[in-house]
Design a protein around this ligand. Structure first.
Ligand code: ATP
Ligand code: MG
Length: 425
């Protein structure tokens, strides 16, 4: 099975960059999800790999074959790229049975005998568990069964790479969960490379071996799901993955001689943040300045190129949300001593005493867990407690920050600094 390599791929319409200098390596047999908000460029990326859209510049390799190269003028047509495509709005032929729907593409290939086609149809129908419906028409199937027929139809010609663009978007929550688990099994049993588009972060988290998170055409992070969750590259990524969302807490202070960040946060509370890695902020700043200089040099070089078109849809530092009981936060220009702490809901511990005093603002039990919103001064924090715990709204509790996975970000660049622990003073 092939590996897919995208090198410096850009797709723009006028000065609108749908995909902006994307480098991506999709490993053989992996299950990669392209994730990001609506309009970020997921479908465009997929269509370029499949050959349904021509990149403005860059190079794409599938296995040993260069299928696109703007410099060399190579552009292999879609039907020669051996990829299977399941569109967002898959449509089954209503006048054909399930069997005919699956067989249709195979007949068109003109490389299989009737008997071979029959074998393939029955085999893929078995894989997605619809062999008992082969004689039915699509209208006689439930939504989930139709979806499976569409998947079977995509699998039938044995594509080496399978692209799926939001294939589960039409299903109800329960069926989605079931289909997700079946897709995971399917990936395992077929041993193919799956590239899967979704804007549902839960789907991306649960299915992928690697998540490719895109925003405004720019790759934000490409890592295994738990790395994206635990060590997000920037505030945007931290906010995009995780449900309930991560808490952002503004913190100001400097690093003391012992290496701890002496922070003031949530009003006038004092706390010490200790980096897991023993990071020195001075070193981090030096590295960041160097990276910034490199980025700037690259930008300047691009701007000199006569063919270069300035990006109209500018990239901006993510405007992280801070939940307040009422009103909006006052935005001030950050200094180098201003930071943002990312605290996942499960890292907030509710206790009887000690820590910071808080008031239960709302409590939403699901049975398995309870999402509690806590009021600290004018701030609202979201915590998740496992088990069916009841909290009286308005009652006073205390909170602490457990776990060593709190994430510190630079407020000015929005980029991650490192993870660590927070101890209240
Ligand atoms: N032919 C076109 N001409 C101009 N702009 C286009 C064209 N096709 C797509 N775009 C723009 O490119 C951007 C990326 O589109 P794309 O379809 O890749 O988004 P997406 O990430 O798949 O979003 P969604 O989750 O809504 O499906 C969008 O802002 C879209 O408006
Ligand atoms: Mg799309």
């Amino acid at each position: 099975m092939p590996k897919i390599v995208l090198t410096d791929i850009t797709k723009r319409w006028g000065d609108f960059y749908a995909v902006d200098h994307l480098d991506l390596v999709i490993d053989d047999c992996s299950f990669v999800t392209l994730l990001g908000p609506s309009g970020c460029g997921k479908t465009t990326t997929l269509r370029m790999i499949a050959g349904l859209e021509t990149p403005s510049s860059g190079r794409i390799e599938i296995g040993d074959t260069v299928v696109f190269d703007s410099e060399k003028g190579i552009n292999v047509p879609a039907n020669k790229r051996h990829v299977g495509f399941l569109f967002q709005n898959y449509a089954l032929w209503p006048n054909m049975t399930v069997y005919q729907n699956i067989a249709f593409g195979l007949k068109n290939l003109k490389k299989y005998s009737k008997q071979e086609i029959d074998e393939i149809v029955r085999r893929v129908a078995g894989v997605v568990k619809i062999e008992m419906f082969l004689d039915r028409y699509p209208s006689e199937l439930s939504g989930g069964q139709q979806q499976r027929v569409a998947i079977a139809r995509t699998l039938a010609p044995e594509p080496e790479v399978i692209f799926m663009d939001e294939p589960l978007s039409n299903l109800d929550a329960k069926l989605r969960l079931e289909m997700r688990s079946e897709l995971q099994r399917l990936h395992l049993t077929t041993g193919r490379t799956f590239v899967y588009v979704t804007h549902d972060q839960m789907e991306a988290m649960t299915l992928a071996t690697k998540i490719c998170l895109i925003e405004n055409g720019v790759l934000q992070q490409y890592d295994p799901p738990l790395d994206v969750y635990g060590k997000p590259n920037n505030l945007f990524v931290a906010d995009f993955v995780g449900s309930p969302s991560i808490n952002f807490i503004e913190a100001s202070g400097v690093q003391n001689a012992a290496g701890e960040m002496d922070f003031t946060l949530l009003g006038d509370h004092r706390a010490a943040f200790r980096f897991n890695s023993g990071l020195k902020m001075a070193d981090w700043r030096k590295r960041e300045a160097q990276a910034d200089a490199e980025r700037e040099a690259k930008r300047a070089a691009l701007a000199k190129d006569k063919k270069h078109v300035e990006k109209g849809n500018k990239d901006q530092v993510f405007d992280y949300p801070i939940a307040l009981v009422e009103g909006e936060r006052k935005k001030t220009a950050p200094t180098e001593n201003d930071y943002v702490l990312g605290v996942r809901p499960e890292m907030i511990e509710i206790c009887a005493q000690g820590g910071i005093e808080a008031e239960v603002y709302s409590a939403m039990p699901t049975g398995m867990e309870t999402t509690v919103r806590l009021k600290v001064g004018s701030f609202l924090l979201t915590g998740v407690v496992f088990g069916g715990v009841t909290y009286e709204i308005g009652s006073r509790v205390h909170i602490r920050f457990k776990d060593s996975g709190l994430i510190l970000f630079s407020r000015s660049s929005g980029r991650i600094i490192d993870t660590g622990t927070l101890t209240l003073r």
